[in-house]
Design a binder for this molecule. Structure first.
Ligand SMILES: Cc1ncc(COP(=O)(O)O)c(C=O)c1O
Length: 389
């Protein structure tokens, strides 16, 4: 199904070491209740990909397809928009404007006189900024989104469509993160970041609590406990959210494999170093959502002890997997960052050493996350060889 490609693979020696609780249950219950109450909420499909299971010589491959999430094209809608609502409710209370505001009131525009004076901001590779801009427009706040030069025009336009101002920053994603934080501090804006660092964890934690709903939907829909979960990593937020949910539902049985782009593998590098490290270079990868050089602190605290293995896969495998999914009947429309986990499975399953190290065999039941659809339709068409629609 796909050609052989070289990849990096690292078994985590710290897997199972006790650690801190990164995402408390109360926060997840609150996030899930709120997001489920939003208009248009519906669980996304969980697909049984028999052809992929056959290609990987495993028992089953379950693919959670996030392409239809709230019309935004990716799971990120669950995190950024939820964190915007949490921020606005907290800020209305802190300022004394509305001591007991709630998300329903925000959606109705009850507090518009106050929220329109609040500016939310973040850096993005595309999807997180779209989620924050969507949240800001739904809940009545002003929004400024920072993108680095290589974020495609299609992705910038999708963010601007929600009324956000776009600012372009030289460098890559991590430079945009720093610029958003610096401008926000100067202007009195609020950073709603999907990545966390020492002293800035509250909103990224809300973002990750929102992501857990994707994992919960998928795990609730599985016919049996999975033996393996492959999930892609940018800053690690979604992988950590999946990890927490997997442990909650299934204990330590499923083996979690975190898959990153070869040129932006900061989680793998951190696992090798035994501490969070920054990957240098231009982080140039077609997996735009995964082009991150610095792990999120919260994500790292979860993954350093919970991930079974880390992988880094080359860009060349991405169009092959996108095409294979697009040619299915019915087709699965998966964007560049969506296929990384599945690509990791296919590569590891075909490699005798990685297959044995992971314990992949004909009885394995694997869960993967298709984290986006065609979030940039022009790019999708050029890589998948056919239009998304
Ligand atoms: C489609 C997609 N998948 C996966 C990720 C990775 O998420 P995280 O940065 O939380 O690791 C992103 C991040 O933007 C994304 O857009």
């Amino acid at each position: 199904m796909i050609a052989p490609h070289s990849f990096r693979f690292f078994l985590n020696p710290r897997q199972g070491v006790p650690g801190v609780v990164v995402l408390p249950e109360s926060g997840f219950r609150r996030a899930a209740a709120e997001i489920r109450s939003w208009p248009g909420y519906a669980p996304t499909p969980l697909l049984d990909l028999g052809d992929m299971a056959a290609a990987a010589r495993v028992g089953a491959v379950h693919y959670k397809d996030e392409g239809g999430r709230f019309g935004l094209g990716s799971f990120k809608a669950l995190g950024g928009a939820y964190a915007v609502s949490r921020l606005l409710v907290a800020e209305l209370a802190r300022s004394g404007a509305v001591p007991a505001a709630d998300a329903a009131g925000l959606s109705r525009g009850d507090y518009a006189a106050w929220t329109r004076a609040i500016t939310v901001t973040c850096a993005t590779d595309g999807n997180h900024g779209r989620a924050v801009a969507w949240g800001a427009s739904r809940f009545g706040a002003r929004c400024v989104i920072f993108v680095h030069q290589s974020v495609s025009q299609g992705r910038r336009d999708a963010i601007a469509a929600y009324g956000a101002e776009i600012r372009v920053v030289p460098g890559h994603y991590d430079d945009a993160v720093r610029e958003a934080a610096a401008v926000a501090a100067r202007e009195g804006w609020f950073v709603v970041s999907d990545t966390s660092w020492p002293g800035y964890t509250e909103l990224p934690r809300d973002v990750m609590q929102g992501y857990r709903l994707m994992a919960e939907e998928a795990m609730a829909g599985l016919p049996a406990v999975p033996t393996h979960v492959f999930v892609q990593g940018g800053v690690g937020g979604v992988a950590a959210a999946v990890s927490v949910q997997s442990r909650l539902r299934f204990g330590t049985a499923p083996r979690l494999v975190v898959v990153e782009p070869e040129r932006a593998a900061c989680l793998l590098a951190s696992a090798e170093a035994g501490a969070p490290v920054t990957v240098e270079g231009d982080l140039d990868t077609i997996m735009a959502g995964l082009a991150c050089g610095e792990p999120s602190l919260l994500a790292w605290q979860e993954l350093e002890r919970a991930a079974f293995a880390f992988m880094a896969v080359p860009d060349a495998v991405v169009p092959e997997v996108m095409k294979a999914l697009a040619r299915r009947d019915p087709p699965v429309v998966a964007g560049e960052s969506a296929v990384a986990g599945l690509a990791g499975l296919l590569l590891a399953a075909a490699d005798p050493g990685a297959r044995a190290a992971l314990g992949l065999d004909a009885a394995s039941r694997v869960l993967v996350f298709g984290t986006e659809g065609a979030t940039d339709p022009a790019l999708y068409a050029s890589l998948a060889g056919m239009a998304a629609d």
